[in-house]
Design a protein around this ligand. Structure first.
Ligand SMILES: CC(C)(COP(=O)(O)OP(=O)(O)OC[C@H]1O[C@@H](n2cnc3c(N)ncnc32)[C@H](O)[C@@H]1OP(=O)(O)O)[C@@H](O)C(=O)NCCC(=O)NCCS
Length: 183
């Protein structure tokens, strides 16, 4: 499904956050394994639960491997890197994945707790939506805990529709129709 031509390549970009700090947003790579593990270990239990919808004390090696090796055919992932005192830290990430042949992709986004409320998830989501659109997806969706007001507000600002999840009253489904510009 995913159209990967030079025209759909992702160009890294810098973001100035609401508090003036800068981060680099770029595609994830194999070299991010250690940094991603550090970022996961720093997440609060609450943030882990709202992201994975399960109590996650550790990030299993298989998940770390998968996270840093998105399938070129149907997945894409971004990380946000902050550089402070010459140390680079992963402070956020966003990804989508699609079933083979589908024009619908499912997103997930996480920002480190002490970087919340600065607009970082909004920027990561804009990058993700842009790539998914250029790579031919028509719809993006996400499953969000009903209690996750921050994510639901963010999705609303980005134009996602927010509807009940038919199978689970504790969840909402947020959905965006991707506009290719050729329509
Ligand atoms: C949900 C999450 C990703 C938000 O990250 P963030 O970087 O703080 O998000 P942003 O700063 O871009 O947006 C946060 C706030 O700005 C608001 N906002 C975003 N764009 C806005 C706009 N254009 N105008 C006004 N407000 C806006 C959002 O509604 C949100 O409000 P709130 O947090 O005060 O309720 C973060 O809290 C997180 O990582 N949580 C744990 C993991 C998780 O729940 N992931 C979602 C499930 S996949």
């Amino acid at each position: 499904m995913q159209d990967r031509t030079p025209a759909t390549a992702f160009a890294p970009f810098n973001v100035t956050l609401r508090d003036g700090r800068e981060v680099l947003v770029r595609e994830i790579g194999d070299y991010d394994k250690a940094g991603l593990l550090v970022a996961f270990n720093r997440l609060s239990a609450d943030a882990r639960y709202t992201r994975f919808m399960a109590a996650m004390r550790q990030l299993p090696e298989a998940m770390l491997e998968q996270a840093t090796h998105p399938s070129p055919e149907r997945e894409f992932a971004l990380v946000a890197i902050a550089t402070e005192n010459d140390t680079r830290t992963i402070v956020g990430g966003a990804r989508y994945a699609a079933a083979p042949g589908s024009d619908l992709c499912e997103f997930a986004v996480t920002v480190s707790d002490n970087w919340h409320g600065l607009g970082l998830a909004s920027e990561l989501m804009r990058g993700l939506v842009d790539v998914a659109t250029r790579r031919g997806y028509r719809h993006m969706e996400g499953y969000v805990l009903s209690s996750n007001t921050s994510m639901r507000r963010l999705a609303k600002h980005l134009g996602f529709a927010d509807t009940p999840c038919p199978d689970d009253a504790t969840l909402r489904v947020v959905t965006l129709t991707l506009q290719s510009g050729e329509q």
